[in-house]
Design a binder for this molecule. Structure first.
Ligand code: PEP
Ligand code: MG
Length: 761
């Protein structure tokens, strides 16, 4: 008997339970499947799942085998009530032989547990939050075995993410009613603003599960698209099969099996029926493939079990064809909020600007380039929401609250009304700030600060031009490369760079050379690395690819001909050797162009300080360059060892961290010693709290996103440098970024800048 159980309590058994639970249609079915399977596989008398309400902390019996069914949804325990409350409050397993003797045991006549003595309760925890308790009971009075405990424990950890996802789906799909604040999901506040509109889910061609649900009326067209996709894959298989003549028979057999699956009525009929009922062909295919594959997943026979994988593989092939036939073109409604798994800057750029109201991305933090571009475009962004039921979100009404990092789905009238009010207030503030756009930023004690703009998207040139900037402090040339289908030629680059120089002339424009890698891949130059931010990035790629680097340098220098305003900036320098090599390339290209007869001034060159080693070598760099530029985004990332793109550690990413402040101050002082201009061009320069300290450090050049220019100018115009210096002294004495932020928030509040620190409230 024990051997029999041992066999069942295997990894495969566990995988099967998880797979079956995963295939369930909704939360209720998922919980029912879980308790039935566990009851059977673990051979226990009772298996129950209690779900914990996040706000009240109360536990509801949500599914059971062994206790009275009538008690489901009726039995609700207080946060610390009974043995369930004990497991929940301790957040650890409880395994006892005679539960009635436990001091926390509570007799509840409703459930009918009089006959059960042994009790094993395991908390179900997801990302640090308690979701509920898995409870097992036995008639006999012996505690559960070690093996049972470890199996239940492992099960609970595996089932947690599925339960969390199903709960989320329920929240998202449930219509929002009533006058309450409504349901929302918490993420990272990545770009300020309020976006109210229709969700457009961008699915990934390779990820079947991200295909969204859509309703269609022209079902005939959908059916024909599906049939065409199917026969295209069939043909491919035929060709493959023929080319395998003479190959081992297993390969042919496999291809034949594939063909049979493809034409099986089980798959084809399911898709056609679903389309007939009004579902978009890709969603119909997605569901049919998953349902069929799940049937194989749970089979005992390992050979048959593996077929689930084949079905998914085939499904993906048909899906690719289908999406090709469907055209893959996305239509963007008037008020589009882009939603996706791991969106990048390019996804945003593709949406017509007058239609885009916000962006929601499952992954990413406030310092990813998606967030930076959203800020540049002035749209709300919420990122880092974890797994979302993307399939159900497409074309739903949603609100992106970029101030608090919240996503509202199907908001009720009260919520909509409140957000429209906030959006109006936001508009009022920006109308007021408009008055500062064209003013120079001079502090009340007479110190001038140049407020420059960060730019890079060809589309945002007018935006950057009209933002009231005194030049471009950072032109991210890689964004231009990212919008193309291949490397732009030298001549194409010349045209683009000249356009920027002309537009801003005589104001300075700082072109940063290509900074790809990290979270900025080029679609036509894929880099696969496990640790891209510590990998092949920025200047490292340029130095390894002189053909790319020299072409860009030639284009930049050629574009400069006849202009007095260009500067060059080298990204990601981590040591003097890289700086030398970069300068050698610039010199070589400069000489080449002069030999070709071009009239060129010696280029003005700067180094970015965004890697910790560069901070400590700034004095050395200063001897070789004309200016320094501090990239606070990467500097914070590398100093604090916090991936700027990772939502899990987003809370730890703070440019106000005492170590980051010390580093920035060190570089600004170094600039002063060498009489070398220093620009601060990361996101910190546009954060009013950080700006105060930068002012105190003596910063004279701040480069910020277009939308931040008026508020930064307002702040500088009204805030004396002398007071900023006092604040800096206080801040440098503090131990944590929280304490520093608190100090600066209070200061901004008292000085009448409350609207900048509590926007949207
Ligand atoms: C920075 O790292 O602060 C910076 C300005 O560059 P990017 O954000 O493009 O990496
Ligand atoms: Mg950087």
């Amino acid at each position: 008997m024990d051997r029999e159980r041992g066999k069942r309590l295997s990894l495969r058994g566990l995988g099967r339970i998880v797979a079956e639970a995963n295939a369930a249609k909704d939360l209720e079915e998922m919980l029912r499947v879980m308790v039935e399977r566990i009851h059977q596989d673990m051979n226990v008398d009772v298996c129950s799942i209690y779900l914990t309400d996040a706000r009240s902390g109360r536990h509801t019996l949500s599914a059971t085998v062994g206790l009275r069914k009538e008690a489901v949804d009726q039995l609700v325990l207080g946060p610390k009530e009974g043995l369930i409350g004990w497991v929940a409050s301790q957040m650890e397993p409880l395994n006892i032989g005679d539960c009635s003797h436990h001091p926390r045991f509570k007799y509840i006549p409703l459930v009918g547990e009089e006959d059960f003595n042994a009790f094993l309760g395991v908390p179900i925890i997801f990302q640090g939050a308690l979701l509920g308790v898995l409870a097992l009971q036995h008639r006999n009075s012996r505690p559960f075995t070690e093996q049972d405990v470890s199996f239940a424990f492992t099960l609970a950890t595996q089932l947690a993410s599925h339960i969390a996802f199903a709960q989320l789906t329920k929240t998202v799909v449930a219509p929002s009613t009533g006058e309450s604040e409504g349901q929302w999901l918490d993420g990272v506040a990545a770009a300020p603003g309020i976006g109210i509109g229709t969700a457009v889910v961008l699915y990934e061609l390779t990820a079947m599960h991200t295909i969204p649900d859509r309703i269609v009326t022209n079902t005939e067209a959908e059916k024909s698209a599906f049939v065409r996709a199917l026969s295209a894959v069939e043909k491919e298989l035929e060709v493959l099969s023929e080319s395998h003549e003479g190959q081992p028979p297993q390969q042919r057999e496999l291809l034949e099996a594939y063909s049979m699956i493809l034409t099986s009525s089980e798959l084809v009929d399911a898709v056609l029926e679903s389309i007939e009922a009004g579902t978009w062909a890709p969603a119909a295919l997605r569901t049919a493939v998953e349902e069929l594959a799940c049937k194989f997943d749970v089979m005992e026979d390992p050979y048959l079990c593996e077929r689930g994988r084949d079905i998914r593989d085939l499904g993906r092939r048909v899906m690719d064809k289908l999406l090709e036939i469907e055209g893959g073109d996305v239509t963007y409604p008037q008020d589009t909020i882009l939603v996706g798994k791991d969106l990048g800057p390019i996804d945003l750029i593709k949406v017509p600007k007058d239609r885009l109201r916000g962006v929601i991305s499952e992954r990413g933090s406030a310092f990813s380039h998606l967030a930076i571009v959203a800020r540049t475009l002035g749209i709300a962004a919420v990122t880092g929401l974890g797994d979302l039921p993307l399939m159900q979100l497409d074309r739903r009404e949603i609100i992106a609250d970029g101030y608090r990092g919240r996503l509202y789905v199907n908001p009720n009238v009260t919520v909509c009304r409140e957000f429209r009010r906030l959006a109006r207030e936001e508009q009022k503030l920006s109308d007021f700030l408009e008055g500062f756009r064209d003013k120079q930023a001079i502090t009340p004690d007479g110190e001038y600060v140049a407020v420059l703009v960060n730019a890079g998207l060809p589309e945002d040139l007018p935006l950057a031009l009209n933002a009231g900037a005194e030049g471009v402090g950072l032109y991210r040339t890689e964004l231009l490369f990212m919008t193309q289908g291949r490397f732009p030629t030298e001549d194409q680059q010349v045209v683009l760079y000249r356009r920027v120089l002309e537009a801003f002339h005589p104001r300075p424009v700082t072109f940063r050379t290509l900074d790809i890698g990290g979270d900025k891949p080029l679609p036509y130059f894929p880099i696969h690395e496990t640790n891209p931010f510590l990998g092949w990035r920025g200047i490292r790629i340029s130095l390894d690819h002189p053909e790319i680097f020299d072409t860009q340098l030639r284009a930049l220098l050629r574009a400069s001909e006849g202009f007095s305003n260009p500067k060059l900036l080298i990204p990601m320098i981590s040591g003097v050797a890289e700086l030398y090599q970069s300068l050698t390339h610039v010199d070589k290209v400069y000489e080449e162009l002069r030999v070709e007869g071009r009239q060129l001034d010696k280029p003005v060159i700067g180094a970015m300080i965004e890697v910790p080693s560069a901070v400590y070598q700034a004095d050395l760099f200063a001897r070789h360059v004309d200016f320094l530029s501090i990239g606070t985004n990467d500097l914070t990332q590398y100093l604090l060892a916090v991936d700027r793109d990772n939502e899990r550690v987003a809370k730890l990413f703070d440019a106000l961290h005492p170590a980051v402040l010390q580093a920035i101050f060190h570089v600004i002082q170094c600039g002063e010693r060498h009489q070398l201009p220093v620009t601060i061009c990361g996101e910190a320069a546009g954060d009013p709290a950080a700006t105060l300290l930068l002012l105190g450090m003596g910063a004279k050049n701040l480069s910020v996103n277009a939308g931040d220019i008026p508020k930064i100018k307002w702040l500088i115009t009204k805030f004396p440098r002398s007071r900023a210096q006092e604040l800096l002294r206080l801040a440098l004495d503090m131990e944590s970024s929280e304490a520093i932020r608190e100090l600066l928030r209070n200061e901004l509040d008292e000085a009448g800048f409350g609207a900048l620190v509590h926007p949207g409230k």
